[in-house]
Design a protein around this ligand. Structure first.
Ligand code: ATP
Ligand code: MG
Length: 450
């Protein structure tokens, strides 16, 4: 606009000057006055041309610099967003975008006690799993954001990558993860009836062993190699995902605080089905990385046997006739009798190709991990060494497996009674001298400084 105005003024000035020269030639003829006017006119015309040339040149340079700045800015932005991704800085998504990505939260992937997971596709084509947290709004936004940032900064090939989050006022909190195509391990080790309507099958022995190593590496990283130690506190097959090559990707680490998984949830979990929780945790003696190792051992046994460690067996109609079956106890007995192959999942045995030495190693490691005395359990780093055959694995010692008694407490007994019974067991169990530096209470952040 500025340029156009200047050009119009310049052309008008030049035309006016030419007219003035012509008029003065006619009126003044070749007089002295005419030559004066003509000289001044030509000088002004030349000045106008010089001004236009300089201005044009200057404008060109300015435009060139501007476009260079824009492209540099674009490059910087691309580089910055790449660095953000690499450094694991989580993106803040708008609720509307995630609603569109998940087709209005229609494509359900799975549901847990504290969250629902949906599949989504972002605008750039990235497949994501959007986790909608139930009752997550109670936490302050700042606290939520800092926990999310801490989780996203923890990166390992065997840990699921947190891409971003969404916390709009009045809306449920959302976490956005990379989508892991083959779902969770439970669908690949337990019989189909348990995981109906979900993608799954029977994982081969070779894959199970590899998954065991992958998960051990992920936990070892969380426990030993992170800047801040991270306790997972929810190691179970549902939280171990399988990628397109059936490699394990551990999910839900560090979520306890976001989900508000408190003591009551712990008790709910044990009374529900599970049995992945270490005795010291059930007895409220504090948790440490050793509690994760216990849960890991439990998952190993379930992978070997293709069945839940704790299940109610017996007549479906008569509840009184039902009793708890505790698979780790069976494995322990079979190991002492030298009949280790009998504990392996029948479907896997039928597939053949099982190395008995690997079975022994896996069973031994699992039984070491579920020792009730926390100090006897190996560290995750040592577990990796044992599974990879770099360290010999001794036969694990006897353990009372008192957890069965905890589980057999009648579910209908009032809570007070339940708690009294648990408290009565405490002295017979576990070493109360858990390393105090690594022990933490339920209330602490999962991400604790070393
Ligand atoms: N990133 C992901 N990619 C693909 N599937 C996922 C992903 N995250 C979770 N899932 C699926 O969603 C299911 C539900 O996950 P969620 O964490 O909500 O529940 P859970 O782990 O089963 O139990 P809880 O959260 O109550 O401890 C998982 O079991 C898994 O099958
Ligand atoms: Mg989960």
């Amino acid at each position: 606009m500025e340029d156009k105005k200047a050009n119009i003024v310049a052309v008008t000035t030049v035309v006016a000057l030419i007219i003035l020269i012509i008029v003065s030639r006619v009126v003044l003829e070749l007089s002295k006055a005419f030559f004066l006017i003509c000289g001044a006119g030509v000088a002004v015309i030349l000045a106008v041309f010089a001004y236009l040339i300089i201005r044009r040149h200057y404008n060109r340079r300015r435009m060139l610099m501007e476009s260079r700045l824009v492209s540099e800015g674009r490059e910087l932005r691309t580089e910055y967003s790449f660095l953000r991704k690499v450094a694991g800085v989580p993106t803040k998504f708008r609720h509307k975008d995630l609603e569109e990505a998940t087709d209005h939260f229609r494509s359900l992937v799975g549901q847990g006690a504290s969250a629902t997971v949906f599949k989504g596709i972002l605008n750039d084509g990235t497949a994501v799993a959007v986790k909608r947290i139930n009752n997550g709004e109670e936490r302050g936004e700042k606290e939520f954001r800092s926990e999310v940032a801490a989780i996203a900064s923890v990166q390992h090939v065997n840990l699921v990558h947190l891409l971003g989050y969404c916390c709009s006022p009045g809306m449920p909190r959302l976490l956005v993860y990379e989508f892991i195509p083959n779902g969770s391990l439970d669908c690949w080790i337990f019989p189909r009836r348990e995981t109906q309507n979900r993608r799954g099958g029977c994982l081969s022995w070779e894959s199970r062993y590899r998954v065991a190593v992958d998960v051990a590496k992920a936990l070892s990283y969380l426990h030993h190699d992170c800047r801040s130690r991270v306790l997972h506190l929810d190691v179970k097959p549902e939280n171990i995902l399988l990628d397109e090559n059936y490699r394990a990707i551990v999910a839900d680490f560090g979520l306890s605080k976001l989900m508000g998984k408190d003591q009551s949830r712990v008790l709910t979990t044990i009374r529900g089905t599970k049995g992945y929780l270490a005795p010291e945790w059930l007895l409220e003696q504090g948790v440490s990385e050793k509690s994760d190792i216990y849960s890991y051992g439990m998952v190993l046994l379930e992978m070997i046997g293709g069945q839940r460690n704790v299940c109610l067996i017996g007549n479906d109609e008569n509840r009184a006739e039902k009793k708890w079956q505790y698979y780790p106890k069976i494995v322990n007995e079979k190991m002492r009798q030298g009949k280790l192959m009998e504990v392996v999942d029948q479907r896997v045995l039928e597939g053949g190709g099982i190395d008995e030495k690997e079975v022994r190693r896996l069973v031994y490691v699992a039984l070491w991990c579920i020792q009730e005395k926390a100090r006897l359990r190996p560290t995750m780093a040592r577990v990796v060494e044992m599974l990879e055959g770099r360290t010999a694995v001794d036969e694990p010692p006897e353990t009372r497996m008192i957890i069965v008694d905890l589980l057999s407490i009648d579910e209908d007994t009032p809570d007070g009674h339940h708690r009294r019974k648990i408290a009565a067991m405490a002295p017979h169990l576990v070493d109360s001298n858990l390393p105090s530096t690594s022990t933490c209470s339920f209330a602490m952040s999962i991400i604790s400084p070393r």
